[in-house]
Design a binder for this molecule. Sequence first.
Ligand SMILES: [Zn+2]
Ligand SMILES: [Zn+2]
Length: 338
Amino acid sequence: MRVTAHAARFARGPLAPLEYEAPPLGPDEVDVAVTHCGICLTDVDMVDNKWGISNFPVVAGHEIVGTVAAMGPGVDTKRLRVGQRVGVGAICGSCMRCEWCEGGKQNVCSGRVDTVMRGHLGGFASHVRASHWQFVQPIPEAIASEHAGPLLCAGATVFTPLLRHGVRPTDRVAVVGIGGLGHLALQYLAHWGCDVTAISSSRDKEAQSREFGARHFIATHDADELKQAAGRFDFILSTVSADLPWDDYIAALRPRSTLCIVGVPEKPISIHAIGLLANEKVVAGGIPGSLIETRQMLEFTARHGIKPVVETFPMAEATRALEHVRQGKARFRAVLVA
Ligand SMILES: [Zn+2]
Ligand SMILES: [Zn+2]
């Protein structure tokens, strides 16, 4: 199969056409013809080689929606058929036989195949290849294709912590950062039944946060507001890549509660141990998402009519769209349309 991709040849380079012939399909592999692909900050980081792990050429894109173009002979035909609308997220395969895979935690498998890392070619392309068919997720009919892309990474990233950390409808929760991740987190937590507080640096996003389901708003440029929230929250989800006054956030937790971090701040996270010790508080991280968590996220999203707010760009303008995301201008998520 002939694939046309939009590839970066070097760090921060423009995305230029790359044509290649895909090798024959392996037994469990699936080729997806891409119709839509969201742009995640990780895509920018891979193109920019921010973490020093990019193998060029880099074809980014791991919020992929399209149709099944071809399937290997080992694919379960009760689950997938050629032409079906499907999605592929940040992980497109795993070993399927380690303790984590067998225990339903494929996202922490050491043999995991990340869709845009270690030379795997992602979704800014005509086609993408998933290493294992189980990671090719049928998309519920109620979800539009342009909305489905951002759910597969951003949506799963903020939804799975609710499952993993046992967030309950009676909980008072806070979301830090109202961007691509945060605006989805507010919607999930509100529909989950929680009393939701949005936390942002300024009041600019207060009205929008309330539309997404926040009942309360804290602006951190007024440092007192966060300090006044000491002991208030059962769960805090931080989506920002900024360095925060982490001790204030630990202080804002109730006893035995969790600060879950899904953004990647520039500097190491520094927390005074006393803040954790005194009331058994927890700091956790996580990446999206196991197979079942991703499926539950899609079902919950469809059931409640949750939608990411997206800006669309033609696939041919991938360079411009990537720059838009790099500059933090996306409101709230950018999606390439083939
Ligand atoms: Zn992502
Ligand atoms: Zn495994």
